[in-house]
Design a protein around this ligand. Structure first.
Ligand code: CA
Length: 220
C-alpha cells in the first residue's frame, strides 16, 4: 500500500516514514498542502495521512480538495488539537479516521491494517492462494504451512500480487507499490524480486504476462 504522508514536522515525518517502511508500507512524504494536492493529481496514493496544521493551507481545506478529486481515497487526519469540535469538523469534511498527537505507533499500524483490508476487500489478515499463505499482521509467509524467509521487498511484492489474485498487475503498478519517490531502483530490480519469490514459492506460482506484468492464478 502506497501512503502519502503530509506533515510539516520533519522529525515526526522522518520517524513515521521509517517505521511504516519497516512495516511494509511505501511512504512518500510532502511537507505542505500545495505539494499534497500536486501529488494527489499526478501520483495518487492508496492512503493519505494528513496533518491538520500545515504551513501553507488549513488541513481541512486540503482534505476538501482531496475529496473533490478522489471521493473514495481514505484519509486519516493527524492533529495536535485534540478537541471534540476539531474531530467533528474533520470527520464532517470527509476524513475517514482521526488520530490526536501524540499517538502510539501501534494504534496507527492497527488502523492502517483496517483500511488496507477495506481497500483490498480482504476480510482477514490471512490471505491464501494455492499453497501459499501470507499474514499481513504478523508478516509471515508460509508454503504448505512451512515458514518462508522473505525480504521486505519480496513480502511487499507478494502481498500486492496476492491481494490482487487473478488480475494482471503492470510493472509500473508493482514498482510504485514497492519504491518511494526518488528511491534508487535498478531497472531489473522487479525481475530479481520475482525470481527470488519463484525460487522460494515454486516456479509456477507467479505468471509472467509478457510485455505487461505479472499475475497470480486464482486457485481452482
Ligand atoms: Ca503541523
Amino acid at each position: 500500500m502506497q501512503i502519502l504522508l503530509v506533515e510539516d514536522d520533519l522529525p515526526l515525518a522522518t520517524g513515521l516514514q521509517s517505521i511504516l517502511c519497516k512495516h511494509g508500507y511505501v511512504v512518500n512524504h510532502v511537507e505542505n498542502g500545495k505539494d499534497c494536492l500536486h501529488a494527489i493529481n499526478t501520483q495518487p496514493p492508496n492512503f493519505v495521512i494528513l496533518d491538520l496544521g500545515l504551513p501553507d493551507m488549513d488541513g481541512l481545506t486540503v482534505l476538501k480538495h482531496i475529496r473533490h478529486k478522489i471521493a473514495s481515497l481514505p484519509v486519516l487526519l493527524l492533529t495536535a488539537r485534540d478537541s471534540i469540535s476539531d474531530k467533528v469538523a474533520g470527520l464532517d469534511s470527509g476524513a475517514d479516521d482521526y488520530l490526536a498527537k501524540p499517538f502510539e505507533i501501534n494504534e496507527l499500524l492497527a488502523r492502517l491494517r483496517v483500511f488496507e483490508r477495506r481497500i483490498s476487500k480482504v476480510e482477514s489478515t490471512l490471505i491464501t492462494v494455492g499453497d501459499v499463505s501470507l499474514d499481513t499482521a504478523s508478516y509471515e509467509v508460509r508454503l504448505k504451512g512451512v515458514l518462508q524467509e522473505l525480504s521486505r521487498k519480496e513480502f511487499l511484492l507478494l502481498k500486492n500480487l496476492m491481494i490482487n489474485t487473478g488480475k494482471v498487475l503492470t510493472r509500473n503498478t508493482l514498482q510504485s507499490q514497492l519504491y518511494s519517490w526518488g528511491e534508487e531502483v535498478a531497472s531489473n530490480a522487479l525481475e530479481v524480486h520475482i525470481h527470488h519469490l519463484r525460487k522460494k514459492l515454486g516456479s509456477d506460482f507467479i505468471k509472467t504476462i509478457r510485455g505487461v506484468g505479472y499475475k497470480l492464478q486464482k486457485s481452482p
